[in-house]
Design a protein around this ligand. Structure first.
Ligand SMILES: NC(=O)c1ccc[n+]([C@@H]2O[C@H](COP(=O)([O-])OP(=O)(O)OC[C@H]3O[C@@H](n4cnc5c(N)ncnc54)[C@H](OP(=O)(O)O)[C@@H]3O)[C@@H](O)[C@H]2O)c1
Length: 357
């Protein structure tokens, strides 16, 4: 049993904590927060031990009538691996705490790559994290791009990828980022940092990215153009992507025209918090002209890195291989959306995911 502590119980941390708690080979030691807000209540309702992320804020929990199991140092001491889900930049500051207590840690994509020995994506470079002490799971956008490009590189070879990312302006709870009514090049300089970030897990690929921010909280949208080494037909690309458990090829029949309906689809499927752990690729958008592949995909920023965090812990703390870890994570969480429509099925080989796990 791998004892896992989650430091930071916000958008990513609460999802990672639930995912860890669902693993048969992991035990969730507890979660750390700075304040006794509604998310602390969610942790209490789930029976998770709460730790004070900032020691001198412990009194605020006592005043709110919330029991603490200790401070964040106690959480680190009790854990074999800590998953740091603190805001960007705080993770790097926390590394000293983990090192002082000789505890391996997983960091998130908001940190610079040099926070850890290895940047990680399950599909791209699982083995690189084997036995590493410090690993960074790459950001939601980089995770989405890596999952798409790794199988394309393996099957057809990638000469060059060019991606325009239309990024959500903020998460649904980030009221401080709005209201806004604009589309903003962000960063205005091209390329954006996403292409170089993909290179941290797929170093042999050439990926140019440009990014904008749009006034939505739902998902990121990627407009993808990949020049392949071999010219495939669109159906071969569609089949390749449909075989990937962490890619959902949206069938045309489903009439899902955007992120709103995608999220609605996830809620109808019984997904916790309406989470979409998979890249969502519009089947109709897959098009090939010569060696140029075009498609649109959406990435649910709050969710897609969650299975990757579970796999990162396994890569660091066990000898389980990528295929087995991915399968275990997918099965326990219910990753692998599959439509019942014939244009969304893979010849009946995969069973539909149960609605509520
Ligand atoms: N949200 C996304 O879309 C997304 C996607 C992929 C990756 N990431 C990355 O994941 C990491 C976490 O992001 P997030 O969106 O989950 O952040 P978040 O929602 O703001 O949650 C951060 C959590 O860290 C806690 N925390 C612990 N120590 C803290 C400290 N010293 N100062 C402030 N807060 C502290 C906060 O506690 P309190 O709430 O009690 O203050 C909160 O529970 C970042 O690196 C981010 O870039 C985010």
């Amino acid at each position: 049993m791998i004892r896992v502590g989650v430091n930071g119980y916000g958008t990513i941390g609460k999802r990672v904590a639930d995912a860890v708690a669902a693993q048969p080979d992991m035990e969730l030691v507890g979660v750390a927060k700075t304040s006794p807000n509604y998310e602390a209540e969610a942790a209490v309702r789930r029976g998770y031990d709460l730790y004070a992320a900032v020691p001198d804020r412990a009194d605020a929990f006592a005043a709110a009538g919330v029991d603490l199991a200790g401070g964040v140092a106690d959480l680190v001491d009790a854990s074999d691996v800590v998953v740091d889900c603190c805001p960007a930049g705080i993770g790097a500051e926390n590394r000293e705490l983990y090192e002082a207590r000789d505890t391996p840690a997983v960091f998130q994509g908001g940190e610079d790559a040099d926070v850890a020995e290895v940047s990680f994506n399950s599909r791209a470079n699982f083995e690189d994290a084997r036995d590493a002490d410090y690993v960074r799971v790459v950001s939601c956008n980089t995770t989405g791009l890596s999952r798409l490009l790794a199988p394309l590189e393996e099957r057809f070879g990638v000469e060059k990828a060019r991606v325009t990312l239309v990024r959500r302006g903020g998460d649904p709870g980030e009221t401080s980022r709005g209201p806004i009514n604009d589309v903003v090049p962000d960063p205005v300089g091209i390329p954006s940092h996403h292409g170089p970030d993909v290179s941290t897990v797929l170093p042999d690929l050439t990926v140019d990215t440009a990014a904008l921010k749009a006034p939505t909280t739902q998902m990121h949208t990627h407009s993808v153009n990949v020049t392949l080494e071999d010219a495939p037909d669109p159906e071969a690309v569609r089949e390749l992507l449909a075989e990937e458990s962490r890619v959902f090829v949206i069938p045309e029949t489903a009439a899902i025209d955007g992120a709103g309906r995608l999220k609605d689809y996830a809620l109808d499927a019984g997904r916790p918090r309406g989470d979409l752990w998979e890249n969502c690729v519009w089947g109709e958008s897959i098009n090939v002209a010569g060696r140029d592949l075009y498609l649109f995909q959406n990435v649910h920023q709050e969710a897609d890195v969650v299975p990757e965090n579970v796999d990162a812990v396994r890569a660091m703390a066990t000898d389980v291989d990528a295929a087995e870890s991915t399968a275990r994570t997918d099965e326990t969480l219910g990753v692998g959306l599959e439509s019942v429509f014939s244009d969304g099925r893979i010849d009946g080989e995969r069973e539909p995911v149960p609605a509520d796990d």
